[in-house]
Design a protein around this ligand. Structure first.
Ligand code: ATR
Length: 282
């Protein structure tokens, strides 16, 4: 029998995780099944326990359950703990629930290995101070940037997130209005504004020469934030599709002990998105 894995979310029918993990399984020859399970709000814990009790081996967790998943873990990695949210669960022989957050590692791999964006000694800006932002800050700070500024519409939330990561590296939190006159090598959109086709109110002149704009969201068209980057002099813009595949490959490694090749899978998803456009999210 195949080892059983799944992604749980609400909604979940749009999720690309089944296609990604099935591609990883056929590439590596691992005998796994992977399905999408829709879980209504208020039923996450019972759904996880039922999946585990039926012999399920591991789960990916997507919106809106990453914080609830964290709360269910008996053991969690340091980056999952700091994020206060996990996207990967697995079960030990005694039924214990383990968790990790692979989003930040996925982002950093996409930026550094796939795209060639340098992080070390660079000024980085993360826009947004919700769960998406907390999930990426630890791995970004591990790459020794000169500074990571977290800027948010609600300044107090950015300051609170910066305090959580204060011992992990040079990080500060502020409001969007405090960005005037500052310049960055990389601006990451970790807000949910792209879902509504909106862009956070960022000042002009934010981008250094050769700068990058990276949106954690993705779609078959450039997101509103990617368009903002193009209009504001970014040398490179990217969406979060590569991050999605990279976070999945780290989940697969945790579960199976093998790291699949990701570039072919990213290419496959890009082609599919072009051929059958639909709106997508992280
Ligand atoms: P997630 O878990 O996806 O990060 P969240 O915790 O709801 O979701 O956080 C959403 C983030 O997007 C917040 O930083 C929010 O800013 P506020 O804290 O000020 O609400 C940000 N956001 C959403 N829409 C935005 C918009 N139109 N402009 C700027 N920021 C926006």
């Amino acid at each position: 029998m195949k080892d059983r894995y799944a992604v749980m979310g609400d909604p979940v029918s749009h999720s690309k995780s089944p296609a990604i993990h099935r591609a990883f399984a056929s590439q590596t020859g691992e005998a796994i099944s992977y399905e999408a399970i829709h879980v209504p709000a208020g039923h996450f814990q019972e759904a996880v326990e039922a999946f585990r009790n039926e012999g399920g081996r591991g789960l990916n967790v997507t919106l809106p359950f990453k914080e609830e998943a964290f709360a269910l873990t008996h053991e969690v990695t340091d980056r999952g703990r700091r994020a206060g949210a996990v996207n990967t669960l697995w079960f030990d022989a005694g039924g214990g629930i383990h968790g990790d957050n692979t989003d930040g590692l996925g982002l950093v791999r996409d930026l550094v290995a796939n795209l060639g964006c340098e992080l070390e000694d660079r000024q980085l800006l993360v826009v947004g101070a919700g769960g998406a932002s907390r999930g990426i800050l630890g791995p970004l700070l591990e790459r020794n940037p000169a500074r990571v500024v977290i800027a948010n519409r609600t300044a107090g939330r950015a300051e609170a997130v910066a305090r959580v990561f204060a011992d992990a590296g040079p990080v500060e939190g502020c409001g969007l209005d405090a960005l005037d006159g500052r310049r960055f090598h990389l601006v990451i959109n970790a807000t949910s504004a792209s879902i509504g086709g909106k862009v956070p109110a960022l000042p002009a002149g934010l981008l250094e020469e050769g700068a990058w704009c990276y949106d954690l969201m993705y779609g078959d068209q450039p997101t509103a934030f990617m368009q903002w980057g193009e209009h504001n002099g970014a040398a490179h813009v990217a969406d979060g599709l590569g991050m999605l595949v990279e976070q999945a490959s780290e989940s697969f490694r945790i579960w199976r002990g093998l790291r699949p090749d990701t570039l072919g899978v990213i290419r496959m998803l890009r082609t599919e998105a072009r051929e059958s456009p639909a709106s997508n999210e992280v």
